[in-house]
Write a protein that binds this ligand. Structure first.
Ligand SMILES: Cc1ncc(COP(=O)(O)O)c(C=O)c1O
Length: 400
């Protein structure tokens, strides 16, 4: 048996040995196993907007059930172009610059596979959304991490050191992955920070790949800025977005890239052979979603702001030090006060004994030790869900 297992392991690619399974998705499985409230994975537990659901049903009834054009249904690509123009002021050619993928997850890996060669390096800010590391490795590139440093005071911002960032750029650097508004930190990159990144991209001839799926979820008057709008960046940026977070349909698996034509052509080739296409009726429904008025997004952000402002003081009361997010729907916390050996042990205690699932901070870092005192909570949940989680978390002191 042991010999058979060893032999079977010999079949495996060396690439997969370099990363583990997703901890976020594993915490969701554990939440189900222990009947815990899932504040781990970032999906809403409330319904998607009725008009979008109806548009999906209508599309299926209208027999839009066969393969769409591999790089995306024309209607959806046109809607993406309209929306980029309206919200970012970026003119997009839907015929030549848009590729619709199976979620922004596929958009990211298709982009990296399309642009990276063995030996290339990809700069990634950490803590980072856990897919980016494996994505870089799968594409043959080497991730190069640059730290986002937590605020000293809870209301301050996560920051990076300019010298550290500059030191990460050199002749082998192919791309920098940016995620703003950011998961897991809630950081929204400022114009000055983006200009600094822009200057390095120009100096070292580097591509920016920007994941902007939380673009509409910003708080406290913070502004989301697309790096493609900065002088000199439109022609060296791949902007990634999707339906999942803006319209509360994470299970639909519709995302996209917007990139200059030669890069789009390469992304389209990879995307076609990887997945052929995203779900056709849901692409059609995506058109309805993208044409929603701007008041929809204000309401969305306001709903999340209320949830954030409800959860943060409750977490602080339970003993967590919270880093106040300016965007996205997560809160990173410092768990030093609880005295556990590490974040994984603490997350296990929370899910099994307290009944709340969260994500160990280490899953957002290359070196697990860097996140050993952090834990991330998602607050994209109904009021009742958050209320019950808060009630359970207040028992923390008495159970540990
Ligand atoms: C930063 C970031 N990018 C991408 C994704 C996945 O997006 P999609 O559902 O479009 O694949 C997530 C999901 O949590 C995320 O936080």
């Amino acid at each position: 048996m042991a010999r058979a297992e060893t032999q079977q392991k010999n079949f495996l690619s060396g690439k997969v040995e370099h990363f583990t399974e997703s901890v976020i998705r594993e915490m969701t499985r554990q939440a189900m196993l222990h009947g815990a409230i899932n504040l781990a994975q970032g999906f809403p537990d409330f319904p998607a907007p009725a008009e979008i659901k109806r548009a999906g049903q209508d599309a299926i009834a209208a027999d839009i059930n066969q393969y769409a054009i591999t790089w995306g249904a024309k209607n959806l690509r046109q809607a993406i172009g309209r929306k980029m123009k309206e919200f970012q002021g970026i003119a997009v050619d839907p015929e030549r610059e848009v590729t619709v993928c199976c979620g922004s997850t596929e958009a990211m890996i298709s982009t990296l596979l399309a642009v990276c060669n063995a030996g290339d390096e990809v700069v990634i800010f950490e803590p980072f959304y856990e897919n980016y590391g494996p994505d870089a490795i799968l594409s043959g590139a080497k991730p190069r991490f640059v730290k986002l440093h937590p605020p000293v005071l809870p209301d301050d911002e996560w920051t990076f050191d300019e010298r550290e960032l500059r030191a990460a750029f050199h002749s082998h650097t192919k791309a920098v992955i940016l995620n703003t508004p950011n998961n897991p930190t809630g950081k929204v990159f400022t114009r000055a920070e983006l200009e600094l990144i822009r200057d390095l991209c120009l100096e070292f001839n580097v591509l920016a790949i920007t994941d902007e799926i939380y673009e509409h979820i910003v708080y406290d008057g913070t502004e989301h800025i697309s790096i493609a709008t900065l002088d000199g960046m439109r022609e060296r940026t791949v902007t990634i977005n999707g339906l999942s977070k803006s319209y509360s349909v994470t299970g639909w698996r519709v995302g996209w890239t917007v990139a200059p034509e030669p890069i789009t052509n390469a992304i389209r080739k990879v995307h076609d052979f990887l997945t052929v296409g995203a779900p056709a009726p849901l692409q059609e429904a995506g058109t309805t979603a993208l044409d929603l008025p701007s008041s929809y997004y204000l309401k969305l952000a306001e709903g999340y702001r209320t949830r954030r402002d409800h959860l943060l003081p409750a977490l602080a009361k339970a003993g967590f030090k919270c880093f106040r997010p300016r965007g996205a729907y997560y809160v990173m916390t410092d768990i030093s006060a609880f005295g556990f050996s590490d974040d994984v042990a603490f997350a296990q205690h929370l899910v099994k004994n307290i009944g709340v699932a969260a994500v160990p901070g280490s899953s957002f870092y290359n070196d697990a030790r860097d996140g050993a005192k952090q834990l991330r909570f998602a607050f994209c949940k109904r009021d009742q869900t958050l209320e019950e989680a808060i009630r359970r978390l207040q028992t923390l002191g008495s159970q540990s």
